[in-house]
Design a protein around this ligand. Sequence first.
Ligand SMILES: Nc1ncnc2c1ncn2[C@@H]1O[C@H](COP(=O)(O)OP(=O)(O)OP(=O)(O)O)[C@@H](O)[C@H]1O
Ligand SMILES: [Mg+2]
Length: 453
Amino acid sequence: METKRRVLLLGTVSLVAGVFAADVFLPWGNVAPVLYACAVLLSFLVSRRPYPVILAAACSLLIVLAFSLRPGGSTAVDVINRSIAELLTWTTLVLGYLTKRTQGDRLIGPHGQDEYQRLFDSNPAPTWVVDSESLAFLAVNQAAIRHYGYSREEILRMTVLDIRPPEDIPRLLELLPKALASSEPRMWPGKHRKKDGTIIHVEVGAQALTFAGRPARLVTASDVTERKQAEVVRRQVLEKVISAQEEERRRIAHGLHDETGQLVASLLVGLRGVESAPTLEAARAKTGELRRIAARTLEEVQRLARGLRPGALDDLGLQDALKRQAAEFRDNQGIPVDLHVSLPDGHRLPPLVETALYRIVQEALTNTAKHAAAKMVSIVLQRTASAVNLVVEDDGCGFDTGMLQSGARTSRHLGLHGMRERASLLSGRFSIESRPMGGTAVYVTLPVEEPAS
Ligand SMILES: Nc1ncnc2c1ncn2[C@@H]1O[C@H](COP(=O)(O)OP(=O)(O)OP(=O)(O)O)[C@@H](O)[C@H]1O
Ligand SMILES: [Mg+2]
């Protein structure tokens, strides 16, 4: 594009010089004014400003100069011709600017005036045309206006630096030469600032083009803020899962060492006593004690196993495991639980779905116990043709769900995110409804294949 501009620049200068020489020595009449006007017209292809003005001024001077240099003096017709030439030159310049202004920052396609403009405007991603040298915005589409909150007029008075957070600008200036030199379309990560001050994470793509005769970049931004936040939360959930696993292991190791280990040690001592008992009677007397220790050992091992994974979930299925969980909750917290499960008799849900629903109910009940001060809880589990729906609802103090969006508290409160993650891993949906003093309801829908009839 630069070569084309240089050729045009050279062409217009040569044309003006040629016309001047001919004007001095040849009786060209009205040809010279027309050719000067053509040169001014061509100059708009070189640049929008200020080159056409400089060229028009030069033409104007040369018209007068040729008048005084002409051998053999000048006639009245000559004066008229030169006045026409001046008029034509300046009129062409003004018309050129008027046309450019109406086309100005519009994109014109091969099949119609505003074809590209319509494509540009209807692009759902925020898009701008940016001047490669001044970094000023030359055009902006509707999506950018909507997303960033600035009006078209405001944006067209701004540069790329104005939508960057100040701390991001040094890095941008460092990357810019590399980005401008690259002809490969690629996405650059960064941050943008909306009119209301919100900082968003973006991936910005740029492509070189010539716009209104100037080297420019077509810049598109996609807002990846939600994706970034989800990545952060996912990492925190993963960390929590790992630390919960470690905690679990420590608890089991403790249990095995302190409780089970002690009981097995007592069993060993008891057995040695039986071995060395002087009479059969004495040995028999010791076995009663040993049986009690063995029963406690078994109970302890079962308790540890239950903590690891509810046996009922594997052996009896979700319905019984939930019944047991609800009963334990009622006994421990003193809050009645209304449980309604309608699953087809004898039909088991996929193991991953059962585990997810069990753990979601567990977290919802823990939240009720921790935060709700509820008088009662209801759990409803229903199977439809292609999904299973779960609702856990309490009549407690509720909370403002708006704080979940703010993301401010995510690092310490991960239970709800964990529920959402479990549902989304199984392509399901999770939502929570709550109002201060209006109770809390957790809704989960997981897709499952239709039961074979
Ligand atoms: N049933 C409920 N009743 C009242 N407030 C609730 C209820 N469930 C959740 N909340 C509110 O939502 C917040 C987030 O819950 P979440 O389970 O994510 O975190 P947490 O329970 O505080 O911590 P943890 O990461 O240990 O689960 C809670 O701190 C509480 O303020
Ligand atoms: Mg919680």
